[in-house]
Design a protein around this ligand. Structure first.
Ligand code: ATR
Length: 296
């Protein structure tokens, strides 16, 4: 069933550049249809120089909520009344909620990733975790893994200095986690072998993303033999070379892509905007349509 647009229909949207391939309209319009909420969600292509005007204009138009994506997730913070703890810690905002006098900022990438892990049955508490990459996405992933109680977390990145800076920034906030940055690939293997247990590995880099589907950050089989679970934040292709390598290392190994993280960050935004709680059952009703759209 689809609802007629009237003078009362509430408007939500996405600010990014580019936004042509975004599936956020599908997620949010599917949710509004499911709940029978009188709202619509549109994607707006906003260039960097126009961000301030877009955020202020959206407020003037009484748009109720916005998602914010690349390249605006950091820059938008300047135009907010306040932001939640996750956004402040990660240094990026992907959700704005209209409140009296302006916008409240949130980061739903972090809770979205946590809920995706739960949905895939990946327990993080007490685990050894290796994060590949040290960019913007890694910040939200690392915050989530620390919040979930990882016992040991090693960051490995092509540019080692960025991994070191991240470890230095986050280690004092979670003293219960043994956190470090690997100085080299050999250093990473040494850390992993030192624990004597299996690792959860999370790829936060863009290596292996469509169309470069055969690319893989770490080729060495020894790395994958030390892992029992893998999560790739990439969702196209549905099974990346990294995921294949994790699963090939042991018959009991499992690997997951980033589509559930994408879905649950959207769901968390919708929950914040509309004061609803969305069950896994509803989420999974939307998931197949989302997968179909992502794969084009
Ligand atoms: P995002 O916000 O998506 O995380 P980003 O901040 O540009 O994007 O970070 C991209 C991450 O992928 C970085 O960790 C980057 O490594 P560098 O810090 O060394 O640039 C990593 N990355 C991207 N392409 C890579 C490649 N071809 N090989 C290794 N790492 C790569």
């Amino acid at each position: 069933m689809s609802f007629e647009i009237t003078a009362h229909t509430a408007l939500f949207g996405l600010l990014g550049h580019p936004v042509g391939h975004s599936v956020s309209p599908f997620i949010h319009n599917s949710l509004s249809e499911h709940f029978g909420h009188d709202l619509r969600y549109l994607a707006y292509d906003v260039e960097v120089a126009a961000l301030k005007a877009a955020v202020e204009g959206a407020y003037a138009l009484k748009i109720k909520g916005l998602n914010v994506t690349v390249p605006h997730k950091q820059a938008v913070r300047e135009f907010l009344l306040s932001e939640d703890e996750a956004a402040a810690r990660i240094g990026a905002v992907n959700t704005l909620k209209r409140v009296d006098g302006g916008w409240q900022g949130y980061n739903t990438d972090m809770p979205g990733f946590i809920r995706a892990l739960e949905s895939d049955g990946i327990a993080v508490k007490g685990r050894y975790v290796c994060v590949l990459g040290a960019g913007g996405a890694a910040r939200a992933i690392i915050c989530a893994l620390l919040k979930c109680g990882a016992a040991k977390l090693v960051i490995y990145n092509r540019t080692c200095e960025k991994a070191l800076a991240l470890a230095e920034e986050f280690a004092p906030l979670y003293p219960e986690c043994d956190m470090e940055a690997a100085h080299s690939y050999d250093d990473l293997l040494k850390s992993m072998r030192g624990t004597g247990g299996k690792w959860l590995a999370v790829n936060t880099t863009s290596v292996g993303m469509c169309p470069n589907v055969d690319d893989i950050l770490i080729k060495d089989e020894a790395f994958y033999k030390l892992c029992d679970r893998g999560v790739d934040i990439i969702f196209n292709p549905a099974k990346t070379a990294f995921m294949k390598a994790i699963e090939a290392a042991d018959k009991d190994n499992k690997a997951y892509n980033g589509l559930k993280m994408l879905l649950f960050q959207g769901i968390r935004s919708y929950e914040i905007w509309n004061d609803v709680s969305i069950s896994d059952e509803v989420a999974m009703q939307i998931y197949p349509g989302l997968a179909k759209r992502v794969m084009g």
